[in-house]
Design a protein. Sequence first.
Length: 132
Amino acid sequence: MTIARFISTDGPYLEARVEVDGIRLCVMDEFSVDERNIPKPGAEFGFEFAPCLEDEESWESIFSGNPHQRIGLEQLAGWRYRAFGRIVSIDPVVVDCGLLQVEGVVSTHDPKVIGEFVAFTISRLGGYGIAG
């Protein structure tokens, strides 16, 4: 679980702004569906990322897209991001992008990919609140 600071929302399933580790993000609001659970501006709350990945990226573009070995997110527009990270495990493949770890970027059982730097597109970075 991550701790986020709530900034604002346009409403459930629309754009919301949160801050995680000092970084402001635009995410799909999956946390204010129940009006009773909407955080107040400035409040911190338990937050879980829910990234939706771009479907049309090739293996080659993913593995060649991070030659400078970056880790992090670069906003493209709204809740769409270019993600940069390093593969930390397989079965499933998990990519560490700094603020979040993402599964499902590629599928392989080959341990040789562990440690490889990759880049991929998150077509929609969502997020929902975690109770307690």
